[in-house]
Design a protein around this ligand. Structure first.
Ligand SMILES: *Cc1c(COP(=O)(O)O)cnc(C)c1O
Length: 417
């Protein structure tokens, strides 16, 4: 059977196929493989935002706060169902980077006498920056960045052997943004706890793509964005998770009035709320926060198990095609080949990846993304990506490679990728 025949069959029998119609898809010929950077727009979000702006804000005015005030925890509870956190353990608020800052400081304060944050060199730059910035702010903290480049086989061991009695916090991304490598969250968390350290997981590249169970893994802290696989929209607020058992012993470094116990008493002494609420800072961005709900509802409706099953099948299908058709042109699959070690994107490397990405966008109507210096990332979002799109994308890429048309594009890259 040809790849096209296989794709046709898989699309016909795909139990999630109908979800594609729930997205706004402007140009059906465009193959969008960047949902792990910015997820598609759910149709429902258009109606919802019209309602929030026109009715709730336009007519309700300040009275709208009756419904808005608990949005961070109401949405947090829904996100919690996707990441295995209870409703009193998750909030939607601020950005991923800001939440990382808050939780990193909280973790260091909860482990006085320990002087190390452990992370790895495949982490998202903002994560390493924030860790380093916090270390400088708090003082006498070292950020150890474990090099995990190369093989994926013993990544977990290389991290675990660096966790010691001086480690306050192990701060890692669950799925690596470049390669798609997926950590065994439970195993690393257990090793952190065995050494008396806390664990913080950045779920930005795994939430909505991979089933996650923070509670059963025992994770202490987690953060993540909502504009990738959760389809919350550009710059949508992020979420944070703090394990219930440690909540009352950890504190946000941002003593904002939304985290105060009685914000409407307006007294000048800060007493943190009991529980997760202390990690709120100030007035939430209601418009962009409201936009998160429809995407999260779709994921809950589809179920993370079904999403993961399709994601694994699609990434494996894409890797097979890359091996079969693209390897001859110097394209190498750099994502893990074992399904359980891979998130929902497939990364290909090629010395001219930047030029190839330009050719895909400008002459093939395929939207990948590029990560310096040589990585072409193809993100799969099972709720909208079809198998046939993957075949089409590979065929279009093949034409670009065969014709060398990518050489017509400049080697220099522009700022937003
Ligand atoms: C996308 C992403 C971020 C982005 O952080 P923002 O504060 O939303 O800009 C952070 N960490 C990881 C791992 C990401 O994938």
């Amino acid at each position: 059977m040809s790849s096209r025949d296989v794709a046709q069959l898989l699309d016909l029998t795909d139990p999630l196929a109908h979800f594609r119609d729930q997205f706004s898809i402007g140009n059906p010929d465009q193959i969008y493989l960047d949902g792990n950077s910015l997820g598609r727009l759910p149709q429902k979000t258009i109606e919802l935002l019209t309602e929030v702006v026109g009715e709730q804000w336009g007519n309700g005015l300040v009275g709208g706060w009756k419904g808005w005030y608990d949005l961070p925890s109401r949405l947090g509870a829904k996100v919690g169902q996707i990441i295995g956190g209870d409703s009193d353990e998750v909030l939607v608020c601020d950005s991923t980077s800001v939440n990382l800052f808050k939780l990193t400081v909280a973790a260091l304060q909860a482990r006085p006498g320990r002087h190390k944050i452990l992370t790895d060199d495949a982490n998202f730059p903002s994560d390493v920056y924030v860790s380093t910035g916090v270390a400088k702010l708090v003082g006498e903290i070292e950020v150890e960045v474990v090099s995990i480049s190369g093989e994926f086989a013993d990544v977990a061991e290389r991290i675990i052997e660096r966790i010691d009695a001086n480690t306050a916090l192990v701060s890692l991304s669950h799925a690596h943004f470049k390669s798609g490598y997926l950590y065994d969250l439970e195993r690393i968390t257990r090793a952190s706890h065995d050494a008396g350290a806390l664990s913080l997981w950045d779920l930005s590249h795994s939430v909505g793509a991979v089933p996650i169970d923070l509670r059963s893994a025992g994770a202490d802290f987690a953060i993540g964005c909502t504009y990738k696989y959760l389809n919350g929209g550009p710059g949508a607020p992020a979420f944070l998770y703090v394990r219930r058992e440690i909540q009352d012993g950890v504190f946000s470094p941002i003593w904002g009035w939304f985290g105060q116990r009685d914000p409407f008493e307006f007294n000048l002494t800060y007493t943190p709320q009991a529980g997760i609420g202390r990690f709120l800072a100030g007035t939430p961005p209601i418009l962009s926060m409201s936009a998160i709900e429809p995407g999260v509802d779709m994921l809950l409706d589809a179920g993370m198990k079904a999403i993961r099953t399709k994601s694994v099948a699609q990434t494996a299908f894409l890797i097979d095609m890359a091996d079969q058709f693209l390897a001859n042109f110097g394209i190498r699959v750099i994502s893990p080949r074992s399904d359980w070690q891979r998130g929902s994107h497939v990364s290909l490397s090629h010395p001219s990846a930047w030029q190839i990405a330009q050719a895909l966008i400008h002459e093939a109507n395929v939207i990948p993304d590029f990560r310096a210096p040589d990585v072409l990332r193809l993100g799969i979002t099972p709720l909208s990506t079809t198998y046939m799109e993957l075949v089409e994308a590979v065929e279009r890429l093949l034409r670009i490679l065969e014709s060398n048309s990518f050489l017509n594009y400049p080697e220099a890259k522009s700022t937003v990728t």
